[in-house]
Design a protein around this ligand. Structure first.
Ligand SMILES: NC(=O)c1ccc[n+]([C@@H]2O[C@H](COP(=O)([O-])OP(=O)(O)OC[C@H]3O[C@@H](n4cnc5c(N)ncnc54)[C@H](O)[C@@H]3O)[C@@H](O)[C@H]2O)c1
Ligand SMILES: [Zn+2]
Ligand SMILES: [Zn+2]
Length: 365
């Protein structure tokens, strides 16, 4: 089989965002070729476009996607052509100590963060013959791509592709933050600051596990209305002093989830907490950000700060589990799919994200 041309949304650090044709090479050993059917637009793509996370090479953006397996490398056993898959953007190496300990979200051997496949290569080549690299090892804003086997998680055929796409990042991260990172119990209180695709998924996870009350905070009234539909019992405008509100009305929250990536907001989390409470850092700040907390209060009140990569999820376990929860009606993910747009409207999809329009915009290649 030879390379195939496919349109792709590329962020080039010199020339910016554009749509161009790239050639995708066939799947090699340990790899799977995928036809992408839907790809959500996540703030982690926008962090690249906005320069929060500087890119040093042209990247095919997109890391929240679902599709169909079209071909497999010689040694692949977990999927076959025709299978529906959700793509995991943190493809674990399955060999490091963290992977062996069942903590794939902490894998130290993954090449995803280096924006390459596990062997250091890219499947994409531009028209000029120059390499174009897969963001987070996927590069899903394209019609076709090649991923490592551990990034292609099989899901039931009846799972809609738009929903599958959101399972690739926002839902697995947000619901996982609640179920895995925090391990919230029924009746515990929680505040969620930032209710985009990730924060709304946190709210959904809290409702699923029976947290109460669930306080959602955002600057967008539209997003807060969605948060109510997903289970928030209270909503607050982000301009309010949320910490004061939490102490006055809850005696402090058991959990405070940050799903923006704002150092200033993160610094306010411990003041929202009850003694023994935990702040969960889900939002990703610009690289190099630092923050400060009242250290005496943290120690004296036994407060905790929990980092949360990918919802502390093991893709091959958690993604099928979330798919089953959706299919049995326990996660209202249909309403998390906002506008759907063709790939050519990626720039408008980023504008949707910047302006907090609707829920999650999904691109359909
Ligand atoms: N931990 C992970 O593994 C992981 C995975 C995916 C995304 N993320 C990160 O999570 C964050 C959220 O992603 P998203 O796609 O949901 O983004 P988004 O842009 O859709 O949502 C962010 C929300 O925060 C709100 N907001 C902004 N400033 C605010 C403030 N001061 N007070 C209250 N609300 C405010 C916005 O109105 C918006 O609704 C990003 O930083 C993203 O990179 C982390
Ligand atoms: Zn994401
Ligand atoms: Zn590993």
């Amino acid at each position: 089989m030879s390379s195939q041309l496919t349109p792709a949304i590329v962020f080039d650090p010199v020339t910016g965002l554009d749509m161009r044709d790239v050639a995708v090479r066939p799947a090699g050993p340990g790899e799977v070729a995928i036809e992408v059917r839907a790809a959500g637009v996540c703030h982690s793509d926008l962090h690249i476009v906005s320069g929060d996370w500087p890119a040093d090479r042209p990247l095919v953006l997109g890391h929240e996607a679902a599709g169909v397996v079209t071909a497999t490398g010689p040694d692949i056993t977990s999927v076959q052509p025709g299978d529906h898959v959700v793509l995991s953007w943190f493809a674990p190496c399955r060999r490091c100590n963290r992977c062996a300990a069942g903590q794939a979200w902490l894998c130290t051997g993954t090449k995803a963060l280096a924006n390459t496949l596990p062997n250091g290569s890219t499947p994409f080549t531009g028209a000029d013959g120059a390499e174009v690299w897969p963001y987070l090892g996927l590069g899903a804003f394209t019609g076709r791509l090649v991923v490592p086997e551990s990034a292609a998680v099989r899901v039931p055929d009846e799972l809609p592709f738009d929903i599958g796409a959101l399972l690739g990042c926002s839902v697995t991260t947000g619901v996982g933050a609640v179920m895995n990172t925090a391990d919230v119990r029924p009746g515990q209180s929680a505040v969620v600051i930032g209710t985009g695709g990730v924060g709304l998924s946190v709210v959904m996870g809290l409702r699923l596990l029976g947290a109460d009350p669930i306080v959602a905070v955002d600057l967008s009234a539209e997003r807060l209305a969605l948060a109510r539909r997903f289970g928030a019992t209270h909503t607050l405008d982000g301009a309010e002093d949320v910490a004061v509100w939490c102490q006055e009305h809850l005696g402090g929250a058991d959990y405070a989830f940050e799903a923006i990536g704002s150092p200033k907001v993160i610094e306010t989390l411990p003041r929202m907490l009850a003694p023994g409470g935990a702040a969960v850092l889900v939002g990703m700040t610009p690289t190099g950000s630092t923050g400060s907390f009242d250290l005496f209060d943290l120690a004296d009140q036994g407060k905790r700060i929990l980092g949360c990569n990918y919802g502390s999820s093991v893709g091959e376990v958690d993604i099928p589990k979330l798919a089953r929860l959706y299919l049995s009606g326990l996660l209202p993910l249909d309403e998390l799919v906002g506008r759907t747009r063709p790939l050519a409207e990626a720039a408008q999809a980023f504008a949707d994200l910047r302006s907090n329009t609707g829920a999650r915009t999904v691109l359909r290649p």
